[in-house]
Design a protein around this ligand. Structure first.
Ligand code: FES
Ligand code: FES
Length: 133
């Protein structure tokens, strides 16, 4: 199987590798895994008071397509509102990276990671807002 140029580019120069402190209330964190292959993806977002994703980062233990999908995902969600970011579909990633059918689940991992990081952020902040003291 050969990887597309875009996958190789992200694989060789992954964007936004790193991590934020997950205790920060503006940070949403997700860790998702693919049962089929055992790959794991961690994605984090930093959200400002206007619900815009200011920054994003990831760490992926997995195949080239999973690394490229998460790298691309962090690029795409930076600067988007959380509502916009939630609309990113794995098929957008498949198209951009020209992923072959056997690698579609790698892009699903990235979509799940975005959604779960947003959910984590929302849960944290709902809790904060409802707190009386
Ligand atoms: Fe080998 Fe995903 S199956 S890294
Ligand atoms: Fe499993 Fe890519 S995430 S092969």
């Amino acid at each position: 199987m050969s990887y597309s140029k875009k996958v190789l580019d992200h694989y060789e120069n992954p964007r936004n590798v790193g991590s934020f402190p997950s205790t920060d209330k503006n940070v949403g964190t997700s860790i998702v895994g693919a049962p089929a292959c055992g790959d794991v993806m961690k994605l984090q977002i930093k959200v400002n008071n206007n619900e815009v994703i200011e920054d994003a980062c990831f760490k992926t233990y997995g195949c080239g397509s999973a690394i490229a999908s998460s790298s691309l995902a962090t690029e795409w969600i930076k600067g988007k509102s959380i509502n916009e970011a939630e609309k990113i579909h794995n098929t957008d990633i498949v198209k951009e990276l020209a992923l072959p059918p056997v690698k579609i689940h790698c892009s699903v991992l990235a979509e799940d990671a975005i959604k779960k990081a947003i959910l984590d952020y929302k849960k944290k902040n709902l809790y904060q807002k409802n707190k009386k003291c």
